[in-house]
Each structure stands twice: as C-alpha cells, then as structure tokens.
Design a protein around this ligand. Structure first.
Ligand code: ADP
Ligand code: MG
Length: 185
C-alpha cells in the first residue's frame, strides 16, 4: 500500500539525513543554496516564505539573511493550535517546544510569491512526504496560496520515485538539489 511505502521511505530517508556529518551537511547545503540563488523565481519574488532549518535539513540561515538583505519580505512558519501560521519576520524569536526556534511577529495575511516547502522525500512529480502530520498540506490547501510558486531545497538522496502522492498531498513546482534542478510541469 502507498501509505506503508510513504511511512517506510519517511523513516529511511530521515535516518539517512540524520546521519550526515556536519561537514557533509554544510558542503551540500552550500551547493544547494548557491543553485537556488541563481533562480529567477528567487530574484523576482518580493514576499518569500522560508523556514528555520533544524537538525540536518538543508541549512537555510544564510538564505534567510540574504532574502532580508535584498529588501524582500521574509515570512516564517509558526505552529499555533496545530496549524502553520505565517509570521512576518521581524528578527524576534523564542525557543518553543522541543527547542525549535519560533518567530514572534505579526501574522501575514496576504498572498506569498514564493514558498519554500520543507520535507523528507520527494518524487519527480513534485509529490512530497513530510513529517507525517500533514501541516504543509493543510497550509497549502488555503486558496490564498494557489498561485504561490512552491519550491523545495533537498539533498539528491531525498528524491525517490517509488511512492505516489495522495489526493490531499500538495505538490511543489521545483526541486533544487546539489546535482540538478527538477522542474515539475
Ligand atoms: P505529511 O504530508 O506530513 O507527510 P500526510 O500526507 O501523511 O503527512 O498527511 C497526514 C495527515 O494529514 C493525513 O491523515 C491527512 O488526512 C491529513 N491531511 C492532509 N491534508 C489535509 C487537508 N487539506 N485537510 C485535512 N487533513 C489533511
Ligand atoms: Mg502529505
């Protein structure tokens, strides 16, 4: 069953990501972020939703600083009442549950040009496996974000075509890895 496949893959790839050394993570992250910086969609977007990477996710710190330095509006997610809430970055944070850094600021209620979607496994059709709680699926199902360009920053080992997305799984439009850029049509 696809659900079992998703669960197995989620665990497998998560383990693989957790086993990266700090050096490997930094090296690959640098390459992935530099590939992303060449993308027109990044240059042309004024409001960008990113996230604070944690554990061994592709490091987003420098990217987030770059977005701000370009005078763009940076939006970061915060979980409130089990939902993702888009917060306008004002440089204020607190250390929430599990020590995850969360932004403090106003809720951003407008459209967002570009959304960087985190995840654990992706396929070539843009389907995504997250942490298993469907947070981003629910967030992206808001019609306000229908036109947002969705992109994910991933290590190439996070791409696997042996699963398919469910109807409620929201697709991304592009995948950026250290090796290639996958455009989803
Ligand atoms: P993830 O995307 O984090 O890997 P799943 O895709 O398995 O997790 O989704 C987790 C749960 O979230 C599923 O049981 C699914 O029914 C629920 N879910 C996903 N999208 C929605 C939505 N738009 N509205 C309500 N529930 C949703
Ligand atoms: Mg999902």
């Amino acid at each position: 069953m696809n659900n079992e496949r998703k669960n197995t893959l989620r665990k497998e790839i998560k383990r693989k990501r957790e086993s990266l050394s700090l050096e490997e993570k930094n090296l690959l992250s640098k390459k992935i972020i530099s590939n992303f910086l060449n993308e027109d969609i990044l240059k042309n977007s004024k409001t960008i939703m990113s996230y604070m990477s944690f554990k061994n996710e592709v490091e987003t710190k420098e990217l987030n600083n770059f977005i701000k330095s370009q005078g763009k509006t940076l939006i970061l997610p915060r979980i409130i009442n089990n939902e993702i809430v888009p917060i306008k970055d004002e440089g204020n944070f607190f250390s929430g549950v599990f020590g995850v850094t969360e932004p403090i600021g106003e809720i951003f209620k407008e459209k967002i040009d570009l959304i960087i979607v985190p995840g654990i496994v992706f396929n070539n059709l843009g389907d995504r496996i997250g942490f298993g709680k469907g947070y981003y699926d629910r967030f992206l199902s808001n019609p306000l974000y229908n036109d947002s360009f969705k992109i994910s920053l991933v290590y190439s080992f996070q791409i696997d075509n042996s699963f398919s997305g469910d109807i409620f799984d929201k697709k991304v439009n592009k995948l950026i890895t250290e090796k290639e850029i996958i455009e989803i049509l």
